[in-house]
Structures are given as structure tokens and as C-alpha cells.
Write a protein that binds this ligand. Structure first.
Ligand code: NAG
Ligand code: NAG
Ligand code: NAG
Ligand code: NAG
Ligand code: NAG
Length: 338
């Protein structure tokens, strides 16, 4: 019974959030809104072929005015680049482009835009053997280095929604040299500690799921993420730690040389960090975000959205998202633009 509810909820979540399957729709939509859009391809060191989007300038065509600030927007779980663009002129990507920023948007492995692999087809389970840990450790370095080399700048600003923050923390705690490539990391609904997650289905799942069962459940659903991304989050809900993926029994010992997975060392995340969160977010609860804040060495903004009803999707889609959130984000971006 519980499994049934979980399945239906997952299917609902996956299908309602996966905006479209035709990756050209978004290009047409952006062009209809008179913005320029580019698609760039790159490969990760573990063979995933990614397509990332760029809005090189805003409506006033300032593409040639050089020396502009570069921003990378990184989507959350079951999302992709279009989620930064489909809220009309309130979309963060459009607002930033109009302010003169060179806006790039990641598409993680497994999203509809980034389904290629040098060896595996998406029908091969090997393709789907990744969590947001691998997105952080392989997709992000490839994406960041590609953008820096294309634009000729040495640093970019990073804005992540939810999983886009989790994967950033995985990257910079394990490869701290990437801190030096970041002007500021702006975390919207930052997901890391998850002990206080409120969503009843997520909580129920974390209690009853079987590692062996989840991938089968998952196979019956429209994808856009791997089962392992969800399981890894469920492990955080259950354990209260922010740590690497927990394998079964002996496999932890084989991979990590210890029984429990290693925690992410947040002391190594030395980049400037701004955290934006809300009371009504079922995933990133204030208590958990404040614990993250207290453990990160370089938090420069700690901002609880004043409207209590603001939820996880409002960070992208709220009617008043500009007044409640983006104006603050834009202020932080220009303040820490070094
Ligand atoms: C990525 O790898 C594929 C397969 O090896 C290759 O065909 C493609 O050209 C590579 N793409 C880039 C951008 O290097
Ligand atoms: C925008 O600028 C580019 C490069 O300077 C130019 O090629 C293009 O025609 C311009 N587009 C418009 C609509 O002015
Ligand atoms: C580029 O922008 C930076 C920061 O605003 C400024 O210090 C620098 O002089 C600019 N360089 C050029 C070539 O305009
Ligand atoms: C969006 O467009 C409407 C109508 O043109 C305008 O009233 C509104 O101020 C715009 N909003 C933003 C955030 O630019
Ligand atoms: C675009 O270029 C014009 C002319 O150089 C300048 O006046 C304007 O401020 C620029 N706009 C942005 C958003 O950089």
C-alpha cells in the first residue's frame, strides 16, 4: 500500500515537473521571447555527453561589450535548464541577461538535454548508475572549465536550486581547488542536511524503502533523474548526516575502506556562500539550512524569505519571486562580483 502511494507520488512528481521531452521547445520559446540562446556540447571525464544552454546577452544586444560577469545556473532534482526560463519576464535567466550578465545553464546527466554517453545507451542500467555526487564531481568540473575557457574569465558566479547546491558542496569539499573558480555560490533552497524534511511521502519513503526495490520502482517511471539521486537524499533524511552514498554491507568497505560512508568535509568549501531559504520548503527546512550555515566557513548572506508560505517551487515560479527573492539575489551578485 505504502509502496503504491510512493509510486503514484513519484510518477506524479516526475511527470508534472519534467516540463517537456522535446528539447527544441525551449529554444523556440526563448527565441519567441526575443532572447538569444545557444546550446554547447561537452563531455565529462567519465563519458557523459552534456548539452548546456547559454543566453549570452539580454534584449538590448550587448553581446560584444566584453568583460562581462559570467553566471552559471544549476537546476535541482527532476529539473533542467528550462526551469530558469519559463516564468516569463520574471525568469531569473532573463532578468540576469538583461542586467548584462552572460548567463549559462547546466543540464546534468540524465536530464532530457544530456542523454548521451560515449559507451552506454540510456537503456543500459550502467548509464543510470550515478547520484548527485557524480553530478558534482564530474558534470560540474567539465561544465565550469568549459565556460571559463569559452569566456576567458577566471571565475564565475554560481546559482544553484536545491540539488544544484548539494552537488556544489560535493564538488568543492572533494576538489577544493574549484573554490577558486567561484566568485560566490548562491544557494536557493539549499539541500544538504535533511533531518527535518517535512514531506510526508519523502519521510515515509525514507523509513520503508528497500535499496533493492527502488531501482525497479524507478524503471517504471518517466525519468529525468536516476533512482540513486533519490535514494541518496533518502539516506540523508534517514541518517541526519551529509555524507556520501551508502552501499550495502561490504561494498562500503570496498569503496570507502570503512563501514559508514564518509561525510562531506564542509571546512573545505571556502567559496563565498549565500543561502536563501524559506519556512514552507518541504525539502530545505530552516533548521537544516542553519546547521549547514554554521558548518560552512564562508557564509556571507543568510536570508530567510519573509513570506511564510514560500515553498520549494516558489524559488523558481512564484508570482512575486522578483520582489521576495531575486532582488536580493541580484544585490548579492553585484556586491560579491570580484
Ligand atoms: C563526446 O564524445 C563523443 C563520443 O566519443 C564524440 O563523438 C563527441 O565528438 C564528443 N564531444 C565533444 C564535445 O568532445
Ligand atoms: C547583435 O549583435 C551582433 C554582434 O555584434 C550582430 O551580429 C547582430 O546582428 C545584432 N543583432 C541585432 C538584432 O541587432
Ligand atoms: C573588467 O571588469 C573589472 C571589474 O569590473 C575591471 O576591474 C576591469 O578593469 C575590466 N577590464 C576591462 C578590460 O575592461
Ligand atoms: C514583465 O512585463 C510586464 C508587462 O510588460 C511588466 O509590467 C513587468 O514589470 C515585467 N516584470 C519584470 C520583472 O520585468
Ligand atoms: C548596452 O550597451 C549600451 C551602449 O554601449 C550601454 O549604454 C548599456 O548600458 C548597455 N547595457 C547593458 C545591460 O550592459
Amino acid at each position: 500500500m505504502l509502496i503504491c502511494i510512493i509510486l503514484v507520488t513519484l510518477a506524479y512528481t516526475a511527470s508534472s515537473i519534467a516540463v517537456n521531452y522535446n528539447t527544441n521547445h525551449i529554444l523556440e520559446y526563448v527565441k519567441r521571447n526575443n532572447y538569444p540562446i545557444e546550446v554547447h556540447n561537452l563531455n565529462t571525464s567519465d563519458g557523459y555527453e552534456l548539452n548546456i544552454h547559454r543566453i549570452p546577452h539580454g534584449l538590448d544586444n550587448n553581446s560584444s561589450s566584453g568583460n562581462r560577469s559570467v553566471i552559471l545556473l544549476v537546476h535541482g532534482l527532476q529539473e533542467s535548464a528550462e526551469h530558469w526560463m519559463i516564468n516569463g519576464n520574471k525568469s531569473l535567466a532573463f532578468l540576469l541577461a538583461n542586467l548584462g550578465y552572460d548567463v549559462w545553464m547546466a543540464n546534468a546527466r540524465g536530464t532530457y538535454h544530456s542523454r548521451g554517453h560515449t559507451r552506454y545507451d540510456t537503456s543500459n542500467p550502467e548509464y543510470w548508475d550515478f547520484s548527485w555526487h557524480e553530478i558534482g564531481l564530474y558534470d560540474h568540473p567539465a561544465t565550469i572549465d568549459y565556460i571559463l575557457s569559452k569566456t576567458g574569465v577566471s571565475k564565475l558566479s554560481y546559482i544553484g536550486h536545491s540539488q544544484g547546491v548539494t552537488s556544489f558542496l560535493a564538488l568543492t569539499s572533494i576538489y577544493p581547488e574549484y573554490n577558486d573558480k567561484i566568485k560566490i555560490m548562491i544557494g536557493l533552497a539549499p539541500a544538504a542536511y535533511m533531518a527535518h524534511v517535512k514531506n510526508p511521502v519523502f519521510m515515509a519513503m525514507s523509513r520503508v524503502w528497500e535499496l533493492n526495490l527502488m531501482p525497479d520502482i524507478w524503471r517504471s517511471l518517466p525519468a529525468g533523474a536516476s533512482a540513486k539521486q533519490w535514494i541518496h537524499y533518502l539516506q540523508l533524511v534517514r541518517s541526519g548526516y551529509f555524507r556520501q552514498y551508502e552501499y550495502q554491507g561490504i561494498e562500503n568497505v570496498l569503496r570507502y575502506g570503512r563501514l559508514d560512508p564518509p561525510t562531506y568535509d564542509l571546512d573545505k568549501v571556502t567559496a563565498k556562500i549565500a543561502l536563501y531559504y524559506s519556512q514552507n520548503d518541504w525539502l530545505a527546512q530552516p533548521q537544516d539550512v542553519r546547521r549547514l550555515r554554521d558548518e560552512l566557513p564562508n557564509v556571507v548572506v543568510d536570508h530567510l524569505v519573509i513570506y511564510e508560505g514560500f515553498n520549494h517551487w516558489d524559488f523558481l515560479f512564484a508570482k512575486d519571486v522578483v520582489e521576495l527573492l531575486y532582488n536580493n539575489v541580484i544585490e548579492a551578485l553585484s556586491k560579491y562580483n570580484e
